[in-house]
Design a protein around this ligand. Sequence first.
Ligand code: GDP
Ligand code: MG
Length: 327
Amino acid sequence: MPTDKLGIDKLVSGILASNKRAVAKAITILENDLPGAAVLLDQVFTKTGNAQLIGVTGPPGAGKSTLIEKITNHWLQEGKKIGIIAVDPSSPFTGGAILGDRIRMKTISSKKNVFIRSMATRGALGGLSPHIREAMQILDAAGMDKIIVETVGVGQSEIDIVKVADTVILVTVPEAGDDIQVIKSGIMEIGDVFVVNKADRPGANKMEILLKSMIHSNNENLTDKNVVKTVASESQGIDELIEVLDNHYHEFQVTGKLLKRKKALLELMLFDIIKNHFANKTLVKIKESDQFKNLLNKLAKREIEPYSALTELAEENQILAAILEGK
Ligand SMILES: Nc1nc2c(ncn2[C@@H]2O[C@H](COP(=O)(O)OP(=O)(O)O)[C@@H](O)[C@H]2O)c(=O)[nH]1
Ligand SMILES: [Mg+2]
């Protein structure tokens, strides 16, 4: 009988029982690439695929965290379990009111059916780290009905949100209507639901109209109904937003679009795994080999050409050889 030296079996049991400490520990293992990470992911995998994966993105201070808190409370009342991951390029909670964010997060994370975690991106503009998706799988296996990922709308991590979410909520504010760049930067295509938050400020209607017109020209899958005005701080428009989210998800399920998207997410995941494996294992192995070092010396002396070096490397490496032969 195989022994479970790393305690992964026990950890998995804890995760499946929605134990918060087990979930936290598992995410730490994944985040730091600790031993057992791959086994852990494989062991929970068959228990995933049930949660609705929601990405929330938009500029700093737009009210994303406030909105998330409100929709979380709404779903909690329906008896749902909610997992939240706050992704931030720099510190855990920047943008908006830092102190307010901390207190808010503390308030909801103390609730039994909520799990909150903040995680880093790959780097300021490097997009989402694969650990975000892995953490979502742990939360999924832990029986969360909804998993919400908040990303700050700057750089690649905003666009990357579509790589981990079934539903993407794009949060804007009335003033953003003046800044046409926001609309132009390709983010219209990634949103499923558009929120004009801070609708207590002037220009909300203008922004709503603008978004609706943009939707018509950008995404044939969407309709006017996917634009909602909210005042998150006052809990206004939250019921409407929930209804839009539910309708969108339902429509996605019945039309088979959800299955298609989930499959696309899996494709990205598998591709990431293969890519990382190549980068970390195969490529590093080649780079550290004596043959590589010898070839490098020869290159420096101009005794060999780069592509000839590649051919020589392939003689020692089956995978490279297969690629070169186009198999
Ligand atoms: N006036 C107004 N302020 C809001 C609204 N929603 C959130 N806020 C405030 O805007 C600030 C930033 O909110 P936060 O949720 O942290 O934004 P995030 O950076 O997008 O997560 C906080 O001080 C909130 O209280 C709203 O609808 N109207
Ligand atoms: Mg926030």
